[in-house]
Design a protein around this ligand. Structure first.
Ligand code: UDX
Length: 433
């Protein structure tokens, strides 16, 4: 198959590279000439484990190429994927579809032979119909079909998620388009990775419903964590105890400082807007959004509490700044709200993250960026684990105690062992315990 991927961001680049690795011929397109030039020289625009090697191998094999020339890349393609950004629209939280429709118009101009246009970007219900209407101005239904194929990959585990998905959702109204999609995903064994064909609108909604459900699961356990703290129960054991019920399942029950990232915050908001538009209000998700927003700042207050109620003149070290490990992504990271709460309370903040510091610098004004965890902890009154990077799991607590001034550790991810921490002379504050 000849595949063209419009948009070489997270989803486009990972999907395009993995399709090439399946044996298809893929051209990834982006308007950003600098990004394309970097990719051509083997430099990745994002940090994602394993991606650089996979790109290099497929470029060398002649199956993967990069270009800014959309029109040329679209000609002769069997499938054109739209994987451009759909950010929250400023002011109202609706998904901004400008990039999707701009790309569609350009694709419509360039299509020569029969092809399938696939939306991989997360787009609100009904977007496929609008994409189709734009294409229909120039092309018949026999020539061009529109399909929704949402992507469920997680940052930091993107390649594995793409190649070993729980399911592949394909929303298509047209038999030929279903055939093309089945061929594209043929390298994945459908007995292990089911290919689920649905209507197009259904596929679009599956993506939002999945993300909103996962955000709800996280937020639920976060509130249970608060209740555990108040009642002397242990949230880790509660999560384990409920997760063993196969109707609930063990995943996404790790209490933490609130979800962030490029998907959950924007997709939950967009789902609320869709609910309003169609007069089917999503009240549970509305509560989730509110609870999660306030939780991030509450984490700052938690640190202040651990410091004895005042952060004035104190120094706090934050370990991990990205919204989760194995990414440099700072979008809606809890660290942003935590830093703000601490600085508002008069604290000086030092921070370290293995990958996100370049991204973090413009967002975290006044923070001192350090070279590692021990450097961050230097003279700190409190050390806070914000993001559970592996390097922070086995920190030498005694060495930490030698450099830190205070004896306060706060673990917002439930990874540090109470015994080891206390043997080094620290007191530990963890969530939900
Ligand atoms: C998410 C979805 O998982 C993915 O399917 C979709 O395609 C994009 O959005 P991602 O944002 O990369 O992926 O990260 P994910 O691993 O899902 O984590 C999201 C947030 O939830 C992070 O802030 C993480 O720390 C938090 N989280 C996750 C928890 O606090 N507890 C958990 O148990 C799981």
């Amino acid at each position: 198959m000849r595949i063209t991927m419009i948009g070489s961001g997270y989803v486009g680049l990972v999907s395009g590279t993995c399709f090439a690795d399946f044996g298809h011929h893929v051209t990834c397109v982006d308007k950003d000439a600098k990004k394309i030039e970097a990719l051509e020289n083997g430099r990745m625009p994002i940090y994602e484990p394993g991606l650089d090697a996979l790109v290099a191998a497929n470029v060398a094999a002649g199956r993967l190429a990069f270009t800014t020339d959309l029109a040329r890349a679209v000609k002769g393609a069997d499938a054109v994927f739209i994987a451009v950004g759909t950010p929250s629209r400023r002011g109202d939280g609706h998904a901004d579809l400008t990039y999707v429709f701009d790309a569609t118009r350009e694709i419509a101009e360039a299509i020569d032979g029969p092809c399938v246009v696939v939306t991989k970007s997360t787009v609100p219900v009904g977007t496929g119909d609008k994409v189709e209407a734009i294409l229909r101005e120039k092309h018949t239904a026999e020539k061009v079909a529109v399909v929704s194929n949402p992507e469920f990959l997680r940052e930091g585990a993107a390649i594995d998620d793409f190649k070993r998905p729980d399911r592949i959702v394909v929303g298509a109204e047209d038999t030929r388009a279903r055939g093309v999609m089945a061929e594209i995903y043929r390298p994945l064994n459908p007995n292990v990775h089911p290919l689920l064909f649905t209507g197009r609108r259904t596929a679009e909604l599956i993506k939002y419903a999945a993300n909103a459900f996962l955000a709800t699961k996280i937020t639920f356990i976060n509130e249970i964590a608060d209740l555990c703290e108040a009642t002397g129960a242990d949230v880790g054991d509660v999560a384990h105890g409920i997760g063993l019920d196969s109707r609930i399942g063990p995943k996404f029950l790790q209490a933490g400082p609130g979800y962030g990232g490029s998907c959950f915050p924007k997709d939950t908001l967009a789902l609320l807007k869709t609910g309003e538009d169609f007069e089917a209000p999503q009240r549970i998700v509305e509560a989730v959004v509110k609870v999660n927003d306030s939780r991030k700042r509450a984490m700052g207050r938690k640190v202040i509490q651990a410091l004895g109620g005042s952060a004035e003149g104190k120094t706090v070290a934050l370990l991990g700044l990205a919204f989760k490990p194995n990414t440099d992504d700072m979008r809606d990271a809890p660290a942003i709200a935590i830093v703000q709460a601490l600085q508002d309370a008069g604290a000086a903040v030092r921070g370290y993250d293995p990958e996100s510091m370049e991204m973090a610098k413009p967002l975290l004004d006044g923070v001192t960026f350090c070279s590692d965890a021990y450097d961050a902890a230097k003279d700190a009154d409190a050390v806070v684990l914000v993001t559970e990077w592996d390097v922070f799991r086995a920190l030498d607590m005694r060495r930490l105690a030698e450099v830190a001034k205070g004896r306060v550790l706060v673990d917002l991810r439930g990874v540090w062992d109470k015994g080891a921490v206390e043997r080094a002379g620290f007191t530990l504050t963890s969530l939900g315990r």
